[in-house]
Design a protein around this ligand. Sequence first.
Ligand code: PAP
Length: 324
Amino acid sequence: MAHQQLPSQSPIVGTEEHEQQAIDELIASLPISEGLVRPVHRLYQNFWCPITVLPNRHFKAKDKDIVLISHPKSGTTWLKALVFSVVNQSRFDISNTPLLTLNPHEVVPFIELKLWPDLDGLAEPRLLATHIPYLSLPESIKRSDCQIIYICRNPLDTVVSSWHFLVEAAWLMDKPVWSLEEHFETCCQGEILFGPFWEHMLGYWKESLERPSKVLFLKYEDLKEDIGGQLKKLAEFVGLPFTEEEEEGGVIEEIAKMCSLKTLKDLEVNRSSKLPGTTFEKRSFFRKGEVGDWTNHLTPAMVDRLNSIMQEKINPFGLQFKTR
Ligand code: PAP
């Protein structure tokens, strides 16, 4: 598949109208995938990209930014709550945290969605998020001193999680619902949003090995197994390690509890209403949150197929997942 390029980024030529026209032309020229997964997405720079991502290419990272990155349904919402809590420890007491009244996606905006138009106005260090694969990240994220925290999850679980999420979204919008088998096939073909998933993971995995102070690579399964240890790792990575006093005072446990699935799911703010700027209900970001839910949904043949994809595409690079 040809490597598609947007028109030159610098200098920005023409008016906004010309810019939009160039984007519209580019979008129209890209291979399209629709029918199985909503919304419609296009093959851009070899990943399946929602068309709303394309216009956001002028994003400029600042050296102090912390960018949280994931393939969808890998623990994005959880990671946002955890990093927000660690970074803002000195600003908000946990009993008074903005997470009590705002969804984690509202406190850490996605750079590819227009949830929060004035990203420049955010307090530093800015906490931002994206689902964009490494190769297609804005250059300033790669080149500046900003830090990246990537969260990854066993694809056996993300395929089940994303199916539930998209089916609920389709159902709420009165759109046709597709079967788990159809969705599974889409994932295996690499055509899920921001996919193929193996390239997404490997891009950040390789970068985390080459530049460990730039990219911290976390796994959902490790967070489930030892949230305290992972929180310490995360706090050290962003240069805000917990002091002995804080540890003895129980700060780590407080953050873990505040950001737990149960706490967040039960909050009024996360039980009703849509996420601003999207068609998604806030509650759909909180489901079971288990490692190994795939055992309840995937057939042995599906498990074998996905395992062989992982064995071929991911494991040779030293990346493996716990299954239960
Ligand atoms: P996103 O990439 O669209 O933002 P993301 O938050 O990564 O979604 O994925 C949602 C998954 O994380 C759900 O998994 P499940 O379908 O297997 O249940 C959701 O339940 C889980 N999740 C959300 N918040 C938490 C949390 N605080 N702790 C553990 N898991 C969580």
